[in-house]
Ligand binder design. Structure first.
Ligand code: SF4
Ligand code: SF4
Length: 466
């Protein structure tokens, strides 16, 4: 029987519209709007100004101050910087974007007009050089929060890691990008996995996927068999099939399903001896070494009832759906009721189509009114369904009550920081209470409060030193 975790939901996967479809390259966009900050961590500063000519792959933003928690951003097309301005981004916040207008005849190819780094062999360079390459290539988690990959791959010395997990579960309804890239680039996936194993010194890895993708097993097993390094270094790479169950792709759930280990409350995958990397991220790592290519393109699914041409696409970072030609992407604007960046469970609803595609945009779902849960919120009827279905065994109703009472500290005590924002509680709530949306806002308020407290402590320390 396939592995799984306790609780979770059996959802209608709604993947049929794009399942098995190849990834289609977006026809050369005239303009891209590249967010300067797309990662989880310290902010970047712009390296270019309006009027500058840039080439595809050129670094255009990097950490404003030294520190590991930044990843640079690169031009995804060659052209001229038209403007640098604040624009709405996928998280609905305003953020600085570099707007590049394509040079005449520019192609988003990997060979023309590019400024890639020279290839680097991760198996002969030092671990530090390999981590620097991953960082310089702007690689961050492509499956979720955008955590810098070089940081994830450098756990502190007191954490013993013995398993790398390639996350290809893709448990969100509609999304089929991970399936598409595993189908089209299995060799790069296994190559990226062996590179990460080399960097971390780990000898065991599992490619995790849900059992609705078991048709990919022969393909991936063949790549494992053919990979010379796997044979030569006796690496143990296996495929872990998990039951199709939401949120199977969450790091903590996948670790439990594939290894039987639990990530402790408040802990990280490394506390269970694991590092989890999305399959797309592993492919980007392979390309950063073999091609010297930074993370400037993104594979994603565009689907939903208001999309007449649902497909998996490869878009330059910063591309807008609204600028894609109708023959490539045909949208039914009359029936469009909701636009989601990401899947319907964890994605963000955005106000319009002029939102740039980012490094962690796994999909854009264009939903009709019939596909959305549009019922108004009612009062809590204390049914306990949210508690019974939370995969992290939290009490969403208590966290919500605490946040409504402005008691952030009690919300944290009730588990706010352990919430993975999977949306299961919102989905099952008969009162249609927007629980996960409140938890996201609660976490933002907590971060803002912590930043204020840090600033006050620094000021107090400075006053003491005067
Ligand atoms: S409380 Fe958080 S982790 Fe639990 S079901 Fe709700 S969103 Fe998911
Ligand atoms: S599922 Fe909704 S109605 Fe039921 S206890 Fe939780 S918040 Fe209340």
């Amino acid at each position: 029987m396939a592995n799984t975790f306790k609780r979770g939901l059996k959802l209608s996967t709604r993947k049929h519209a794009t399942e098995g479809k190849p990834v289609e390259m977006v026809p050369g966009p005239r303009q891209v709007f590249i967010p300067v900050n797309q990662h989880f961590g310290a902010p970047n500063a712009c390296l270019v100004k309006a009027g500058d000519t840039v080439r595809r792959g050129q670094k255009i933003a990097e950490g404003a101050s030294p520190g590991p928690m930044t990843v640079p951003v690169h031009a995804s097309i060659s052209g001229v910087v038209k403007k640098i301005e604040m624009r709405t981004q996928a998280n609905n916040a305003e953020g600085l974007c570099v707007i590049i207008e394509a040079a005449q005849g520019d192609k988003t190819s990997d060979t023309l007009e590019t400024e890639y780094m020279p290839p680097l062999d991760p198996f002969s360079c030092s671990k530090e050089d390999a981590l620097t390459r991953i960082r310089e290539a702007g690689i961050q988690g492509m499956g979720g929060a955008g955590f810098p990959s070089h940081v994830k791959l450098s756990p502190p010395p007191n954490k013993v890691i013995d398993v790398i997990i390639a996350d290809g579960a893709e448990c969100e309804p509609y999304l089929t990008t991970d399936e598409a890239v595993m189908t089209e680039k299995p060799h790069l996936l296994i190559q990226g996995l062996t590179m990460v194993m080399r960097i971390t010194g780990v000898k065991r890895a599992i490619v995790g996927m849900e059992d609705n993708k078991k048709n990919l097993i022969p393909l991936i097993e063949q790549e494992i068999r053919l990979n010379e390094r796997v044979r030569r270094e006796n690496l143990e790479i296996s495929i872990g099939l998990c039951r199709t169950r939401y949120p199977q792709g969450g790091e903590k759930m996948l670790i439990t399903a594939l290894t039987g280990r639990e990530v402790p409350s408040g802990g990280l995958p490394m506390d269970a001896g694991c590092i989890v990397q999305n399959v797309g991220t592993l492919i980007a790592i392979a390309e950063a070494f073999t091609l010297g290519k930074p993370l400037i393109d993104r594979d994603l699914t565009v689907s939903g009832g208001a999309c007449r041409t649902p497909k998996n696409i490869r878009a330059p970072i910063g591309a807008l759906l609204s600028l894609m030609p109708a023959e490539f992407m045909d949208l039914d604007r009359e029936r469009l009721a909701k636009i989601l960046f990401g899947g319907p469970m964890m994605g963000n609803a955005v106000p319009h189509l002029d939102i740039p595609i980012q490094k962690n945009t796994s999909g854009i779902i264009l939903m009709t009114a019939q596909e959305t849960l549009a019922d108004p919120e009612g009062p809590c009827i204390r049914c306990g369904r949210c508690i019974r279905n939370c995969p992290c065994r939290l009490s969403p109703v208590i966290m919500n009550n605490s946040l409504e009472a402005e008691d952030l500290d009690y919300a944290v005590t009730a588990g706010l920081l352990d919430c993975i924002e999977c949306g299961s509680c919102t989905y099952v709530c008969p009162a249609r209470i927007k629980l996960v949306q409140r938890f996201r806002v609660g976490k933002q308020r907590l971060r803002a409060r912590q930043a204020l407290e840090r600033a006050a402590a620094q000021q107090a320390a400075a006053r003491k030193g005067d």
